[in-house]
Design a protein around this ligand. Structure first.
Ligand SMILES: Cc1cc2nc3c(=O)[nH]c(=O)nc-3n(C[C@H](O)[C@H](O)[C@H](O)COP(=O)(O)OP(=O)(O)OC[C@H]3O[C@@H](n4cnc5c(N)ncnc54)[C@H](O)[C@@H]3O)c2cc1C
Length: 378
């Protein structure tokens, strides 16, 4: 079903179809999840995906959400590349003229790749516990600290680093190869996804590399999360739909006790409940993306709710699908087995479910997350 069939503008069908077409250019064996391959990078660049990650004021959240749905459905590696580039596009769009002119055209063409470094060994959900520091020294900035679990840091040409600056926090764009910057791969995760540790040891950069005014990092990260959480919901929908399609095919074909699995009531229940989960997650994801695009009041809380709901739904769905497929759902390297592993991080990164629930509950009590408060601009 195309995005317009859920009420989005038909222009979003075009980008959704483009994303599907780019997936089709990746050789089938390379679509399996795993480390980032040259084929995936080539498809990402040649297919024009980077062009959708950069725009004046930041990329369109609805584009990101529907495209991630289509990318994750077929090739998780493309989805990961796409969202990291988009996060770079979002954050650097608020940078100095120098930063924007140096990086945005290169990100848009795919010549340069982006990563974002917030997390530290002692700072995950509690970002304010970050100890990486940036200080002004004459006309320069000096960074010291350690970031961990940073996606694609090894291949990134520019890493946006979150650091304490005096009593606040700032974002600084650190180009690969800057003296004092070291990137070490790992740890290996159960979900196929490349992360790395980033060490900053007396990294010196011109002051123009600070994104926005000193102390503005939190506001910028929250603005970016409004967009990226809606897009994670889209990605979760793509993953859940892929799992459901696998299970439906299997249960229509395989017979036990003289009839196809889907005609056994409990198996039918696994499939039907999953279909309902996927559809409701999709509607929430699309609405969150529209609210983010329109800068609606309450858009961040709505995006958090959509991310919470869709990521939890994806894990429920993929687990039911494995169950419906019996032992065939457990084969290592099978599509459903890969989807099972890929689903798990969705409930942890970009706001773990428990932390999102706290924010959603707070917004409900404050009265800022209800139908009368969350409205797209007319
Ligand atoms: C695949 C993957 C890719 C990643 N990529 C990046 C990246 O590119 N850049 C980056 O900066 N980071 C990245 N991360 C890190 C990610 O952002 C963190 O894992 C996330 O913020 C959660 O932090 P944590 O893992 O330290 O968990 P913790 O913060 O230690 O939380 C552990 C558990 O406690 C719960 N919890 C924590 N605080 C509360 C609270 N106040 N109330 C209730 N429950 C709470 C959490 O929900 C969770 O269940 C990545 C992580 C993964 C898994």
């Amino acid at each position: 079903m195309r995005p317009s069939e859920y009420g989005l503008d038909p222009s979003y069908d075009t980008v959704w179809e483009l994303a599907r077409a780019v997936v089709a250019t990746v050789p089938e064996a390379e679509r399996e999840p795993g480390t980032l391959t040259r084929e995936i990078l080539k498809a990402f660049r040649d297919g024009g995906l980077p062009g959708y990650t950069v725009a004046e004021g930041g990329p369109d959240p609805v584009n990101l959400t529907v495209m991630r749905e289509a990318l994750m459905y077929g090739c998780s590696g493309l989805d990961a590349m796409f969202v990291l580039q988009a996060t770079g596009g979002l954050l650097l769009a608020a940078g100095s003229d120098e930063l924007r002119s140096e990086w945005l055209p290169r990100l848009a063409s795919g010549e340069a790749l982006a990563a974002m470094a917030l997390t530290e060994p002692g700072a995950g959900s509690d970002l304010k516990a970050a100890t990486t520091r940036v200080r002004a020294d004459g006309g320069e900035l000096v960074l010291d600290g350690l970031k961990s679990f940073i996606s694609h840091a090894e291949v990134a040409d520019v890493i946006t680093v979150f650091a304490r600056e005096e009593s606040g926090y700032s974002l600084v764009a650190v180009p690969a190869g800057t003296p004092g910057l070291t990137v070490t791969p790992g740890p290996a995760l159960i979900a196929p996804h490349d992360v790395a540790t980033v060490t900053l040891d007396g990294v010196r950069l011109p002051a123009t590399h600070r994104i926005g005014p000193p102390g503005s990092a939190f506001a910028q990260v929250l603005a970016a999360l409004t967009v990226t959480r809606a897009s994670v919901a889209g990605s979760a929908v793509g993953l859940a739909q892929a799992a459901l399609d696998e299970a439906v095919r299997h249960c229509a074909r395989r017979e036990q006790f003289g009839r196809p699995l889907y005609k056994h009531g409990p198996v039918a229940g696994l499939l039907a409940d999953s279909a309902a989960d996927v559809e409701s997650a999709r509607l929430l994801a699309y609405r969150a993306a529209v609210l983010a695009r329109d800068g609606a009041p309450g858009a961040l809380d709505y995006a958090s709710m959509a991310k919470l709901s869709a990521s939890e739904a994806a894990c429920r769905v993929v687990d039911r699908c494995v169950q419906a497929m019996g032992r065939f759902g457990l084969v290592a390297g099978s599509r459903i087995g890969d989807l099972y592993l890929l689903a798990r991080p969705l409930r942890i990164y970009e706001g773990a479910s428990e932390v999102l629930r706290l924010g959603v509950a707070r917004a409900l009590v404050a009265g800022s997350l209800g139908p009368e408060h969350v409205k797209a601009e007319e």
